[in-house]
Design a protein around this ligand. Structure first.
Ligand SMILES: *Cc1c(COP(=O)(O)O)cnc(C)c1O
Length: 388
C-alpha cells in the first residue's frame, strides 16, 4: 500500500460524515441500535463493532487502519500511553512460570515492568547485551516464552539483528516483541523481519506535536484480537476520540517531520563531531557508530534522537552546559516539533555520579523542526560559557 494513500485516504469514508475532509471527533461513549438482535450481535463482538468507546470508536477506527497498514500488520490497537502498549500485551502473552529474555537497557518504565511488576506474577526476566546474537542462544530456557527487543534504544542506541533473532525465536516457538518507538514505522518495519508484536510510543513521532500521550501495538489480526478481547478490555487503557483525532492529524505530516529531523540531525551531529568541547557523538547513522552497518541494513532512516558526551565530564560542567541553553528545552520525551535536551545526570544525584561512566556522562538531544543553524547557534553559545 502506498504511504500517501495510507496517510490521506485509508479508512476515511467521507460520505459518512458530510464529505468533510478532516474526520469528525466522534465524542460519544456509546452507540445505539434499532433492535435487540442488532444490540446482541454488537455485544458479542466488540472488536468489530462500535458499541462502547472503551473498545471501538469511529474516529479511533480510522486511526487503527492507518497504523496497521503503516506497520504492514494485520491489525493495530491504540493505548492511552506507550507503556500501556507494552505492559498490556505482556500481561496477555505471559503467565506464571514464564521466562522472558529482554535487552538490558530498555526504556526506564519497561525495565521497571520486568524488574518489579512481572515478578509479582511469577514471571522472570534475563537481561542480555542484545548486540551479540549468541547471548540470546545462551539465555534460552525451556520456559522461555518471549524475547523482548528495543532496537535502537533511546539513550545509548544499541541495536539487535532483528531478522536473525526473529528467525531464531520462531524456530523455537518463542514469541517476539519490539519497542519500535525510535524508528517509527517509516524507518523500520519489524513485522516484515518476522517480529510478532510491535509497540511504539505514539507520544513521540506519531503525535509529533507534544500534545498527546498514546501508544500503538500492531501484530497479526488473531493476536491483536486476543489481546483486545481480554486484557485490553479488562485493563481499560483506551484513548479518547479527541486524542485519536490528534494522532490522525499528526500522521498527515509524519514523513515530512521525520525527514526534517533526520536531515537536521545529520548536520548537527557532523558539527558536534568536530567540536572541541565534544568527546563523542552516538547516533546510529553516524559513520563512526559501532553498529553503523547493521543500522543501515535494517533501518531506512534515523530521525532526530542522539546522545553525546563532553570532554569535561564533571557533573557541574554537564549541568552548566544544559542550563545555558536558551532555545533547546530541558525536558523528557522527544518526537515533537521542539528540540530538547536531557542529560543522564537528571536522574542521578551528585554523590552517585561517576565521571568515568559513559552512561552517566550521556547528554541526549532531540532535534525538532527548527532551522538547524538556529540550534547550532544555541549549542555554540552554551559551549562558549563553559570551561573546556
Ligand atoms: C516514551 C517511550 C515509551 C513510553 O511511552 P509513553 O507514551 O511515554 O508511555 C516507551 N518506549 C520508548 C522507547 C519511549 O521513548
Amino acid at each position: 500500500m502506498e504511504l500517501s494513500f495510507i496517510l490521506n485516504e485509508l479508512g476515511e469514508d467521507r460520505e459518512n460524515y458530510f464529505n468533510a475532509v478532516s474526520p469528525p471527533i466522534m465524542q460519544s461513549s456509546n452507540f445505539t441500535f434499532k433492535t435487540v438482535t442488532q444490540l446482541r450481535q454488537a455485544m458479542a463482538d466488540e472488536f468489530e463493532t462500535n458499541l462502547y468507546s472503551r473498545g471501538q470508536n469511529p474516529t479511533l477506527n480510522i486511526l487503527r487502519k492507518k497504523l496497521a497498514a503503516l506497520d504492514g500488520a494485520g491489525d493495530a490497537l491504540v493505548f492511552s500511553s506507550g507503556i500501556g502498549a507494552i505492559s498490556v500485551p505482556l500481561l496477555s502473552l505471559l503467565q506464571v512460570g514464564d521466562h522472558v529474555i529482554a535487552v538490558k537497557n530498555p526504556y526506564s518504565w519497561t525495565l521497571k515492568l520486568f524488574n518489579e511488576f512481572l515478578p509479582k506474577f511469577g514471571i522472570t526476566t534475563t537481561f542480555i547485551d542484545g548486540t551479540v546474537f549468541d547471548n540470546f542462544e545462551k539465555a534460552v530456557k525451556p520456559e522461555t516464552r518471549l524475547i523482548y527487543l528495543e532496537s535502537p534504544n533511546t539513550f545509548s542506541y544499541e541495536l539487535q539483528d532483528i531478522k536473525k533473532i526473529a528467525g531464531f525465536a520462531r524456530a523455537r516457538g518463542i514469541m517476539t516483541m519490539i519497542d519500535n518507538s525510535y524508528c517509527s514505522p517509516l524507518y523500520q518495519q519489524p513485522i516484515s523481519m518476522g517480529i510478532d508484536l510491535v509497540a511504539q510510543s505514539a507520544t513521540k513521532y506519531i503525535g509529533g506535536h507534544s500534545d498527546v500521550v498514546a501508544g500503538v501495538l500492531t501484530g497479526s489480526k488473531e493476536l491483536i484480537r486476543q489481546i483486545f478481547d481480554h486484557e485490553f478490555m479488562n485493563l481499560g487503557p483506551a484513548i479518547s476520540p479527541h486524542s485519536a483525532w490528534l494522532m490522525l492529524r499528526g500522521l498527515r505530516t509524519l514523513p515530512l517531520r521525520l525527514q526534517r529531523s533526520f536531515e537536521s540531525t545529520k548536520i548537527i551531529t557532523q558539527w558536534l563531531n568536530s567540536h572541541e568541547a565534544i568527546q563523542q557523538v552516538i547516533w546510529p547513522f553516524d559513520p563512526a557508530f559501532k553498529q553503523s552497518q547493521l543500522a543501515c541494513e535494517q533501518m531506512q532512516g534515523c530521525g532526530g534522537l542522539f546522545s553525546f558526551t563532553l570532554k569535561n565530564t564533571s557533573f557541574a560542567n554537564i549541568e552548566a552546559f544544559c542550563n545555558h541553553l536558551q532555545h533547546i528545552l530541558l525536558a523528557v520525551s522527544w518526537g515533537g516539533h521542539e528540540s530538547l535536551i536531557l542529560p543522564s545526570i537528571a536522574s542521578i544525584a551528585e554523590p552517585e555520579y561517576k565521571p568515568g561512566d559513559e552512561r552517566h556522562q550521556l547528554i541526549r538531544m532531540y532535534v525538532g523542526l527548527e532551522d538547524p543553524q538556529y540550534l547550532i547557534n544555541d549549542l555554540q553559545q552554551a559551549f562558549n560559557k563553559l570551561k573546556l
